[in-house]
Write a protein that binds this ligand. Structure first.
Ligand SMILES: Nc1ncnc2c1ncn2[C@@H]1O[C@H](COP(=O)(O)OP(=O)(O)OP(=O)(O)O)[C@@H](O)[C@H]1O
Length: 358
């Protein structure tokens, strides 16, 4: 006996991933719980620090890497997922890691350029930047456009200086990541951990748009799955419009989003309301519980956030599946590749002060 989350049908109806098993009342493992990998989904993983969100995301990434017909891309803000490329127990987990990701300058629209660099389009420098971004698709081209626009020297200098700053981040490149690079069958880990919030957001925006556009234009066959850890960072920055597009319009072109956050209260309403699968690990902060309570479906009896309903052990979850209008108490399976998100402890540090964490 097994159940497939996100599918109104049987396990034989298409590819699935093995997510874990049901939790019986006595704490023992019950029947297997699978996740539909055949159709597009918007999945939200929530939980307080240390209760397993990243671990669960790693399990889903392993399943996607092993599945056919999908192009999984994981944006990794903590540098915790390069372990997906290490040898796996059981079937291989094909994975590649992009360590210094870059995207094209043209993947941001004029409004996002102004937001990224903190220049108001209502002011001279911002309006110069806006026009440069409208006309050009490289930073060099935008700088040349600004220099020759005949604006005041103050506005020109401000716009050029801000573009130099963006250039110094090293994340804009005319040969940046495109859908061909991202659309392979392996899981592509885009490591943005060395980047500050603004360039991290720019890369995520570029990746999300490249995947969405490629499906709209039919230029990739596989169905993209974008996995975002620490998703509140991206919903709060220039990546937001691209994520919202996937959430609200991704189903038709077949683009999926899996977003993990410890702060559901910091995710815009659309991020919760458009998710068809909500996977809740332990949560205690009042705002975060309220955000989930607000999203609670009408078919749910009682409250999701009742003390006895939300789990209190890492790896245990309550899952609300909108596709089948069902609720499940489950335990996520063990990772087949090493989990890379473990916090160092004092006992990892030897007498000579050298940390043993790799
Ligand atoms: N399904 C699971 N099976 C076994 N152990 C688990 C499972 N889920 C989580 N754990 C354990 O809990 C620890 C914390 O998990 P994880 O790093 O995913 O937390 P997190 O919620 O992502 O925290 P953070 O917000 O700090 O990233 C893991 O290192 C692992 O030891």
């Amino acid at each position: 006996m097994s159940f497939v989350l996100g599918r109104d049908g049987d396990r034989e109806d298409g590819p699935v991933g093995r997510l874990g098993s049901y939790r019986a009342l006595d704490g023992s493992d019950g029947a297997a719980l699978h996740l539909d990998l055949n159709g597009p989904h918007a999945m939200l993983l929530v939980g307080k620090r240390g209760y397993g969100k990243s671990y669960t995301m790693g399990v889903i990434a392993e399943d996607l890497a092993r599945s056919r017909g999908v192009a999984p891309v994981l944006v990794d803000p903590m540098g915790a997922f390069d372990t997906l490329a290490e040898p796996a127990d059981g079937d291989a987990v094909p994975a590649s890691v992009v360590e210094e990701p870059a995207v094209t300058a043209g993947s941001l629209d004029p409004r996002s350029w102004c937001e990224l660099l903190g220049l108001s389009p209502e002011r001279d420098a911002g309006s110069l930047l806006w026009r440069a971004a409208q006309e050009e698709s490289t930073i060099d081209g935008m700088q040349a456009h600004v220099a020759s626009a005949g604006a005041s020297s103050v506005a020109t200098r401000a716009a050029i200086n801000h573009l130099r700053l963006a250039d110094s981040w090293g994340v804009f490149d005319p040969d940046g990541l495109d859908a061909t690079a991202l659309g392979g069958p392996e899981v592509t880990v885009v490591d943005v951990s060395g980047l500050a919030d603004a360039p991290m957001n720019a890369v995520s925006r570029g990746v999300a748009e490249a995947l969405y556009r490629a499906r709209i234009r039919d230029s990739i066959d596989r169905l993209p799955w974008l996995l975002l850890d620490e998703a509140h960072t991206f919903f709060d920055g220039v990546a937001e419009p691209a994520l919202e597009t996937i959430l609200t319009r991704g189903r038709a072109p077949g683009v999926s989003l899996v977003a993990a956050t410890q702060r559901p209260s910091a995710i815009p309403e659309v991020g919760i309301s458009q998710s068809d699968i909500l996977c809740a690990h332990r949560l205690t902060a009042r705002d975060d519980l309220a955000a989930l309570e607000g999203a609670q479906p009408t078919y749910m009896n009682g409250s999701l956030v009742d003390a006895e309903r939300l789990p209190d052990v890492p790896g245990e979850v309550v899952i609300i599946d909108d596709e089948t209008e069902t609720i499940h108490a489950a335990r996520i399976r063990s990772r087949d590749t090493p989990h890379g998100g473990t916090s160092p402890t004092a006992s990892d540090v030897m007498d000579d002060g050298v940390t043993q964490v790799e």
